[in-house]
Design a protein around this ligand. Sequence first.
Ligand SMILES: *Cc1c(COP(=O)(O)O)cnc(C)c1O
Length: 399
Amino acid sequence: MPGFEFFGEEERKEVNEVLETGILMRYGFDAARKGRWKAKELEQEINKTFGSKYAQLTSSGTAALTTAMSALGIGYGDEVIMPAFTFVASFEAVLSVGAVPVLVDIDRTLTLSPAAVRAAITPKTKCVMPVHMCGSMADLDALKAICAEHKLLLLEDACQSIGGTYKGKSLGTIGDAGTFSFDFVKTITCAEGGVVMTNSEAVYTMCDGFTDHGHDHLGVDRGADLHPFIGYNYRISELHAAVGLAQIKKLDTFLAIQKKTHATLKGILSTVPEVSFREIPDENGDSCSFVSWFLPTEELTKGVIAELKAQGILGGNFYWFDNNWHYIRKWHHLKKATALNALNDLQKEALLKLDTHDFAVSNAIMNCCISTSISLLWTDEQIKEKGEKIVAAIRKVIG
Ligand SMILES: *Cc1c(COP(=O)(O)O)cnc(C)c1O
């Protein structure tokens, strides 16, 4: 999964080009930067690589989600339907714009259940936010149909699925807007960074201003810019963008390695009849950063996790059901509405209700699920050995 495994000469060269001019900021200082515009260049490269019309870089994936929601006009009084299995950043962004995150069940795609989305729609629903978890996608045709029927926005959190596609289109470019994260453990990294992609010029223009204090970027210099609306500082730096520029050129290599390793590992795991796999709405579009698989019961799954741990080979095998970051079960701070500043009343009321909300459907999926992350550095022998050790642990536990 992580691009940091392939850090090298190319990243150093790009960063050094920025260090040579000393212009570490993405705007202004036109003469001194000697034609070096790494953030702009990376945005163009993103559009070219993923087929989006517009791309706005940000300081993180969380900032990208916040920016996208603001540009789409999501705020106080609005509800955003999102899955109970994601990374905390997804609900953080919803809360940060004053909206209410409505968490609903997932299905065996490990992403939003379209039926659960339908059941959660109220007059306040403004947006559906699928999260393409662990490299693969939500059922976008079903979600698009729901959004069209109810006149809702579709915002894709594709932070974990860079390079994944659905019916030939890049994840993150299919909804009204979509985001990637370039944090340190994502498929390509800038150290920290993110992007909003959209095909709407109006949404892009708002993202551009929002991430830079509302500047319209039309003045002769920064001091002459007007501020058509309030913005914040969610800018990426030239240093971070430079790293991303080197990384994006390696994406095809990363994806080819992931796909090959994924096929081998899945093949080895399939030799156990009790193992089943995550459902994938478009199998060809899986970015293959993880193999996600199920055992028949919670007890067996916990047994296998314990066995892998006992053998010292748990690393890279994620049991999200017990994880503090990715699944609602352990988001106690969210369910108790514990924030440093005052949340608005609508948010507070909705969050406190989560504590008693029944997530039995998601629990039954998550408590049997293990995701094995794929390293770009494994040799063929290591992949085989890892797969066979997992299979041996499963057989031992099943008995
Ligand atoms: C990583 C991630 C984010 C946020 O990214 P940061 O760059 O770390 O802020 C958002 N959503 C999901 C699903 C993620 O995995």
